[in-house]
Design a binder for this molecule. Structure first.
Ligand SMILES: CC(=O)N[C@H]1[C@@H](OP(=O)(O)OP(=O)(O)OC[C@H]2O[C@@H](n3ccc(=O)[nH]c3=O)[C@H](O)[C@@H]2O)O[C@H](CO)[C@@H](O)[C@@H]1O[C@H](C)C(=O)N[C@@H](C)C(=O)N[C@H](CCC(=O)O)C(=O)O
Ligand SMILES: Nc1ncnc2c1ncn2[C@@H]1O[C@H](COP(=O)(O)OP(=O)(O)OP(=O)(O)O)[C@@H](O)[C@H]1O
Ligand SMILES: N[C@H](CCC[C@H](N)C(=O)O)C(=O)O
Ligand SMILES: [Mg+2]
Length: 496
């Protein structure tokens, strides 16, 4: 492919680049081959500009870098925001891509929503895929990528690969890190969604304002002009929701609100049942009843956002509402992992923020038997937003009857210090058992017939991470498997 054509397509100045042949794109100098365009970005650990000479040595024909960067031997594609310029340029190379691509952002519920959107499309007969924390899920299976939003080259290559496999519809998860680092854009995003906004990732963004601004890039820059934006409105007067709506409107997007406060899909009522919930939803003046086979207000919220995206991308209303009644559980999200000898169920959930923990506890509360207890086991990740720990402790102490604080990916931090921060919020009634297996054994072991156990924080994760950098080690650990072992090897045998 000619560099001049790629530059013209991306709206970047071309000049002497016209005839240069491009064979690929890389942001890591170790992946540069002859004919590659190298993206040199300043990161949290390294400055990519330091690797420009090595990239040119390896055959880079052009380098996207800040105007200040100085080097010789390859074309300098200068841009004050090199990550964005690189994304636009690379997007021309990785083509074609699936024709319907939608993106989901928000603090909690992204993974669930992209997965549900994929399921609805599939039930509507489309070849659909999702990309996010659970990896890339296609009609043929699932492959893990490690990060929620992979780097831009992987992201675009995945999209082109999916198109080659015949996938026409993709829902992807746009994390705030990904948005801030221009890790997933450049291609046409024909609809988007915003689930909710609450505290997380302040280690990276510093302030809630910066964190929100990163999320809003989805609406203000990433999506196609005039495209539909599905926004969850819980009807609680949230200022963040109102601001998201204003930002989407200011860009000229077609705002579709869903939820208790929604006007596109209005949740009129929600009646929790044993294994699911009955929803009454108003759409275009008509009230539809849906038996959603998933528990918890938060799963209903995500299902509505997914339904909004499916409708916004042309699926017929009858098909969408029918599909909601047949949604499969999302891995590690209120997954019923086991039932102990006394008959108490243990649920595994990925709640790792104060708001999510509150939502997971609220989801299970109606299922606690009379006089029974909700027993919550959780920790908080090391090298991540430390301020959320005390808040998580407080939320659990308020909502659960027994709180057991344990470890969750301590990474480079002292696990005891992380637990102490959670304990500070949870109060003296909470217990502390560092070893996660022992903590789960304790909870599952003492749960009585009317109790419910919530094991939060790791969801689908398959390992416990200790240390960082060269000293990082991952020990195999699966909350679902451990809960089953502690319950005496019995699986739940039912819906989650
Ligand atoms: C804080 C963060 O998001 N870091 C990510 C980011 O790193 P960075 O840009 O700071 O990169 P860096 O390591 O400082 O290097 C700078 C540049 O030099 C290049 N380099 C570096 C070394 C070298 O030898 N040669 C070389 O060319 C790098 O490719 C990079 O372009 O870009 C890298 C490449 O895309 C990511 O691997 C890395 O994720 C790290 C591992 C990470 O843990 N990220 C987490 C926090 C994250 O992104 N999480 C969110 C989930 C959020 C959620 O779901 O709630 C996610 O989207 O996954
Ligand atoms: N709509 C929601 N409102 C509140 N909490 C939610 C909502 N959806 C999910 N959660 C909580 O957040 C957890 C993670 O859900 P999910 O994986 O779908 O979110 P995510 O946004 O992809 O998270 P991450 O940022 O880690 O990728 C769930 O297990 C649940 O506890
Ligand atoms: N994507 C989230 C996952 C957190 C899950 C929790 N188990 C942890 O390790 O903190 C993050 O990187 O903050
Ligand atoms: Mg996710």
């Amino acid at each position: 492919m000619r560099l001049g054509d790629l530059l013209a397509r991306a709206g970047l100045a071309s000049g002497e680049a016209d005839e240069v042949a491009v064979t690929g794109f890389a942001i890591d100098h170790r992946k540069v081959a002859p004919g590659t365009v190298f993206g040199a970005f300043a990161g949290g650990t390294f400055n990519g500009e330091d690797f420009i000479p090595a990239a040119i040595e390896a055959g880079a024909v052009a380098v996207v870098a800040r105007p200040e960067a100085e080097f010789a031997g390859a074309l300098h594609i200068a841009d004050a925001e090199p990550r964005r310029a690189f994304a636009r340029l690379a997007a021309g190379f990785f083509a074609p891509v699936p024709e319907t691509i939608v993106a989901v952002t928000g603090t909690n519920g992204k993974t669930s929503t992209v997965e549900m959107t994929r399921q609805i499309w599939r039930m509507a007969g489309e070849r659909a895929a999702s990309i996010g924390t659970l990896g890339v899920t296609t009609p043929d299976g699932s492959v893990s990528t490690g990060l929620t939003t992979p780097d831009i080259v992987t992201f675009l290559a995945n999209m082109a690969g999916l198109a080659r496999e015949g996938v026409t519809h993709v829902a992807y998860e746009a994390s705030s890190h990904g948005l801030d680092q221009y890790r997933n854009e450049g291609l046409t995003v024909s609809a988007s969604a915003f689930t909710n906004f609450s505290r997380d990732h302040l280690d990276y963004h510093g302030t809630m304002e910066n964190y929100f601004a990163a999320k809003m890039r989805l609406f203000t820059e990433v999506v196609a002009a005039g495209s539909p934006a599905v926004i969850h409105d819980a009807g609680d007067g949230s200022d963040w929701t109102a601001r998201a709506i204003r930002q989407a409107e200011a860009r000229g997007l077609k705002v579709l609100t869903v939820g208790e406060g929604g006007n596109f899909l209005r949740l009129i009522s929600r009646e929790p049942g044993q294994l699911g919930q009955l929803l009454a939803i108003e759409h275009e003046g008509e009230v539809r009843k849906v038996n959603l086979p998933l528990i918890g207000a938060y799963q209903a919220a995500n299902a509505l956002v997914a339904a909004g995206l499916a409708l916004a991308t042309g699926v017929a209303a009858t098909t969408v509402f029918d599909a909601l009644g047949r949604l499969q559980p999302v891995r590690g999200r209120l997954e019923r992992a086991a039932i102990n000898q006394a008959g108490a169920p243990a649920y595994v959930d990925y709640a790792h923020t104060p708001d999510a923990l509150e939502a997971a506890i609220a989801a299970l509360r109606p299922h606690v038997g009379p006089g029974g207890r909700l027993i919550a086991v959780f920790g908080a990740g090391g090298d991540r937003d430390s301020g959320k720990r005390t808040e998580m402790g407080a939320v659990a102490a308020r909502g659960a009857d027994l709180v057991i604080i344990t470890d969750d990916n301590p990474r480079s931090e002292d696990p005891a210090a992380i637990r102490a921060a959670i304990m500070a919020g949870a109060g003296s009634a909470a217990r502390e058992t560092g070893d996660r297996r022992a903590a789960i054994a304790e909870a599952v072991g003492e749960a009585g017939p009317d109790d419910i156990v919530l094991i939060a924080g790791k969801g689908h994760e398959q390992g416990q991470i200790f240390g960082s950098g060269e000293n990082m080690r991952i020990e195999a650990f699966d909350d679902v498997e451990v809960a089953r072992e502690c319950a005496g090897g019995q699986s739940s045998g039912g819906l989650g």
